[in-house]
Design a protein around this ligand. Structure first.
Ligand SMILES: [Zn+2]
Length: 472
């Protein structure tokens, strides 16, 4: 086409400039195209949730404090389901559109880069079912209560969010429930309010930056038990009323675990910790920030202080340093969460039962990974998880081979350098994000060794490397 009128050219250019200032509808995670968004940085979420357990619905207002990182003519939040009642920016109603889990807000005038603004979204309805075929992700109502477990991207199933660990924020969460239910969440309980209709509001303040998948709401008939550790850290646990005594025994080593892990990882990174036991059996536990969640089965079916359940408790606690304070920059870096937390289990066994028990576990894990049937997979290489299937994100290699990688590193560099590597890494990336390459960099810097081929074998190649120091 040769003849283009001047006004058409101006129109075309104008619309191009307008289009270029839309925030991206994804954050750039190669495992999960489409999740997260670009063009802004959320500072704080203030969620006000009225929960109707008989209808299974919530009535909510989300206030989201944001800083623009570019000019924004439009931008996206991740949000799935619900009926939206209103969308405002700085108190003024704005247009929006929805397509699957993308909510696009269209401000009335251009938001300039570095401008701070507040989005307020009122919504209600029954939280949507998880889209994850392997386990429920997001808001789950069960017979005796509600739990929220959102890893990796289920937060969008209950509030509008930039749903990727790269955009951490602080949270205020107010949850209103009918008596006798109790509502727990991350951080500190700063207020409760009783209302005339026999409902009670619980206001939780979470002061440290938190990845969206680590935000939780827990509703059941809980007994709260709280105490301070010798170092003055507040521990508050939420246990189902009928098993509270047994649960207290199951979790009675928490303060000793924190004291021990502080000697190997450095200071506990948050202002509070505790466990919530969901009032139904789960096939998993999750390191929800400052309030790790466990199924009722950890108390009922594995009662007391057995090696197995203490391992799971040590695992979720270790995540508070590795996964929560330092979160993965991309989901490809998941071994930085799971390999480290699994190594926390080994360290707890070493500390409480001794080196020979630890080495027996390592040998068993090595043997389980080193069979022809096992799908050997490199744990940090580009490309999707085993089977080319995103739902294999949490495959056994990420946990076991991840932990073995750390033990092999320890045997290579020696105990002193190894624990300095862990403490340096924990301190340097605290409250932020790290990549696998960031960890390799710290390991080489502290050890003074070139570890490229070591990590190449353990993290990026299919074949399981030997551990010659253990005859494996
Ligand atoms: Zn884990």
């Amino acid at each position: 086409m040769r003849k283009v009128s001047l006004w058409l050219m101006i129109m075309l250019c104008g619309s191009l400039i307008w289009a270029q200032s839309e925030g991206s509808d994804e954050i750039g995670d190669d495992f999960y195209p489409g999740i997260g968004n670009g063009g802004y940085d959320v500072q704080h979420y203030d969620l006000d949730l009225e929960v109707d357990l008989s209808r299974g619905s919530i009535n909510a207002v989300a206030q989201i404090g944001i800083i623009a990182t570019q000019d924004l003519s439009a931008f996206n939040l991740d949000f799935n389901g619900f009926t939206i009642e209103s969308v405002r920016i700085d108190g003024v109603e704005v247009d929006y559109r929805r397509a699957q889990a993308e909510l696009t807000l269209i401000p009335n005038e251009l938001i300039e880069s570095e401008q701070t603004f507040e989005v307020t979204i009122a919504y209600q309805g029954i939280p949507p079912n998880s889209q994850n075929p392997t386990f429920a992700e997001g808001w789950v109502q069960y017979r005796r209560g509600i739990y929220v477990a959102s890893e990796p991207a289920g937060a969008r199933n209950w509030y509008p969010v930039n749903d990727h660990p790269l955009d951490k924020a602080t949270y205020t969460i107010k949850i209103t429930v009918p008596e006798p239910y109790v509502a727990a969440s991350n951080g500190l309980l700063v207020d409760t309010q009783d209302h005339e209709n026999d409902t009670r509001s619980y206001v939780w303040e979470n002061f440290e930056p938190t990845a969206s998948y680590l935000v939780t709401v827990q509703i059941a008939e809980f007994e709260m038990q709280s105490y301070y550790t010798e170092d003055g850290l507040l521990i508050r646990n939420f246990f189902p009323v009928d098993i509270a005594e047994d649960a207290e025994i199951t979790f009675s080593q928490t303060d000793e675990m924190i004291a021990y892990f502080e000697t190997v990882f450095g200071p506990y990174p948050f202002e509070v910790y505790g466990a919530v036991v969901v009032n139904t059996s789960l096939s998993f536990a999750l390191e929800t920030q400052t309030l790790s969640m466990f199924g009722r089965d950890i108390v009922v079916e594995q009662s007391g202080r057995r090696t197995g359940n203490q391992g799971i408790i040590a695992h979720e606690l270790t995540h508070q340093w590795f996964g929560n304070s330092i979160s993965p920059a991309t989901w490809r870096d998941i071994w930085l969460n799971e390999g480290f937390a699994t190594y926390g289990e080994l360290l707890w066994v070493e500390h409480t039962l001794g080196v020979s028990d630890r080495d027996e576990m390592i040998s068993n894990w090595y043997a389980s990974l080193n069979t022809p049937d096992f799908i050997q997979s490199p744990i940090a290489a580009p490309g999707l998880p085993p089977g080319n299937e995103i739902y294999n994100l949490f495959n056994a290699s990420v946990y076991l081979r991840g932990a073995l990688t750390l033990h092999a590193l320890r045997l290579n560099v020696g105990d002193a350098a190894f624990f300095r590597i862990l403490r340096t890494y924990a301190a340097r990336y605290a409250y932020g994000n790290a990549t696998t390459e960031d960890f390799i960099q710290v390991a080489q810097e502290i050890s003074g060794m070139n570890l490229q081929s070591f990590f190449q074998g353990w993290l990026y190649e299919k074949k399981l490397p030997p551990i010659p120091q253990m005859g494996l």
